[in-house]
Design a protein around this ligand. Structure first.
Ligand code: TRP
Length: 361
């Protein structure tokens, strides 16, 4: 069986370092590993519209932001198909058929949908499209016969729901859809990077993100203002590294070479943590190091972004070509789905003859 990746992001804002360690960096590694036969990376504009119906312009603008973030992180259109969800109408048709295999109560139990409804104050009036987006996400995944879906931990309930739809479809209509596997980040710090304010999640509405497209000065300012251990008041006080965003970021970003280059007085991250825990190590020193680590990782991304920003029509062309390619694949799957459901009325000669015989008896 072919190894196929599908994943994507809603274009509701620029991507931040949480997206980067949670998924983007991994995608590029997977792309470079050469282990996958096909890689599809989707800008989920239709899904973004499920809770942004009043703001299509915002979604439109952010399609380009996300595409630029993708390309500057190293996703390569020669190796990965980058496309726009709404340009593949087959996804909507699959969603419609899958909807009949999912109950309202099952959607209500989806933990991600539940918490998102709360976050958006949708309790009183949930848009139907938003409520059912897990079904559309199952269409995204199955349309490409994805075997592997690299995403953040928050997407786990979506994958479970997708697997249920696959099993249900295959048991009702016969083996047709591929059962996908979720691929989570293997480093625990990358599962959910906290905001610079120490809040559990980086989110645009909380204003606690470091964006991939932030300038060097913006990144530095954000790092130097980061929340740390509130009880670590004087340098000589013992500090806590667990739950301390500065150390969580170091867990997620720092490599051995960063110590050799920027902080040779410590052999590795463990030594730095030990010193902080003992006392005698100030926040400013750790933050300065973190800033250097982040800049080293983000600078090449910023440079590549600058280059792509000079050539926006070329980015559109990449998305256009990717969308055409993606559509052809999804159309093939839709054909198989309709055949399995026996609703392929005009391309099934046996069925036509069967009907003929019935009326000519
Ligand atoms: N829900 C994902 C997000 O919030 C975006 C997405 C849409 C997606 N369809 C997908 C991710 C299919 C993985 C697979 O960013």
């Amino acid at each position: 069986m072919e190894k196929i990746i599908l994943t994507g992001d809603r274009p509701t804002g620029r991507l931040h370092v949480g997206h980067y360690v949670g998924s983007l960096r991994r995608r590029v590694e997977l792309q470079e590993s050469g282990e996958y036969d096909k890689i599809f990376i989707m800008i989920a504009d239709a899904q973004a519209l499920t809770d942004n119906a009043d703001h299509p312009e915002k979604v439109r603008q952010n399609i380009m932001e996300v595409a630029l973030d993708y390309l500057s992180c190293g996703l390569d259109p020669a190796k990965s198909t980058l496309f726009i969800q709404s340009m593949v109408p087959e996804l909507t048709e699959l969603t419609f058929y899958y909807s009949n295999l999912v109950t309202v109560s099952r959607l209500q139990r989806n933990p991600t949908v539940k918490s998102e409804i709360k976050m958006r104050n949708f309790e009183a009036s949930i848009p139907v499209g938003f409520f059912t987006y897990p079904i559309s996400q199952a269409a995204d995944i199955t349309a490409f016969k994805a075997t592997t879906v690299p995403v953040g931990e928050d997407q786990m309930p979506m994958l479970e729901q997708c697997k249920e739809i696959v099993h249900k479809f295959n048991s009702v209509y016969g083996e047709t859809l591929v059962d996908p596997k979720i691929l989570l980040p293997d480093n625990k710090a990358c599962l959910r990077l906290p905001g610079i304010d120490g809040k559990a999640k980086m989110s645009k509405s909380l204003g606690n993100c470091i964006y991939l497209s932030d300038t060097e000065q913006e990144v530095k300012k954000k790092v130097m203002s980061m929340f740390t251990d509130p009880n670590h008041l004087r340098i000589e006080d013992p500090g806590q590294v667990e739950g301390n965003p500065v150390f969580i970021y170091l867990d997620a970003f720092s490599k051995q070479e960063h110590f050799d280059e920027f902080l040779p007085e410590y052999a590795n991250l463990q030594e730095l943590k030990d010193h902080y825990t003992r006392g005698g190590l100030g926040d400013v020193k750790v933050k300065k190091f973190l800033n250097k680590v982040l800049q080293a990782e983000l600078e090449p991304i910023r440079q590549r972004r600058k280059e792509w920003e000079k050539n926006i029509p070329a980015v559109y062309e990449i998305l256009r070509e990717g969308s055409i390619k993606a559509q052809a694949v999804a159309a093939e799957t839709l054909k198989e789905v309709k055949a399995a459901m026996r609703i392929n009325y005009f391309d099934n000669d046996d069925m036509i003859r069967e009907q003929e015989a019935k009326y000519q008896k």
